[in-house]
Design a protein around this ligand. Structure first.
Ligand SMILES: [Zn+2]
Length: 186
């Protein structure tokens, strides 16, 4: 699953890519996770991509920081005064450093990405979920709370065995976006 500008995904079943009836299988970016949520690039509302894509995370951080001088200062510090260049990874880092606005955004991302993944895990029982793209660059700052969220939301027999891991090369995971939700050992 590529978590970059948008969010893409794919299914690998028994070693083969599963395309679906109209080749849209794995379009996880447009699953509904929040009723009346933010507007998505597709025109819908509350889709995962509108909350958890790199673009959505950066946009939220810049938008919410306006009323919080400390957060604005932290953004300027990590971006060299070019706030519009704030990356999702930097938002995760600021959250880990204790910035409350960044923590709020990270909590939302983890919550809604966790809901999407828990539903997928429950439905298809994959062995492994590989996260790639810009957001996945946050590494354990993302993976640990996400794994905890999936374990909490899924029945133990379903949630415990699934491994949520970062693609070895973030960019490669994007390119081979189809090899993302693996239904057997990879
Ligand atoms: Zn959408």
């Amino acid at each position: 699953m590529g978590l970059g500008r948008g969010i893409g995904g794919g299914l690998v079943v028994d070693g083969k890519i599963y395309h679906g009836a109209t080749c849209t299988a794995g379009e996880i970016g447009h699953v509904l996770v929040k009723e009346n949520g933010p507007k998505c690039s597709c025109g819908g509302f509350g889709h995962l991509e509108a909350i958890a894509s790199a673009q959505a995370i950066s946009r939220s951080m810049i938008g919410l920081s306006i009323e919080y001088p400390e957060t604005e200062a932290a953004i300027r510090r990590v971006t060299g005064s070019r706030a519009e260049r704030i990356t999702a990874e930097q938002v995760f880092q600021l959250a880990a450093e204790g910035d409350s606005i960044a923590q709020h955004i990270v909590a939302d991302v983890t919550k809604y990405l966790g809901i999407a993944l828990a539903n997928i895990v429950t439905f298809i029982n994959p062995s492994c979920i590989i996260l790639g793209g810009q957001v996945a660059q946050a590494g354990t700052l993302l993976l640990q709370p996400l794994q905890a969220q999936v374990n909490e939301l899924c029945l133990p027999a379903i949630g415990q065995p699934v491994r949520i891991i970062q693609g070895k090369h973030g960019s490669e995971a994007n390119i081979i976006g189809a090899v993302t939700l693996a239904l057997q050992d990879v």
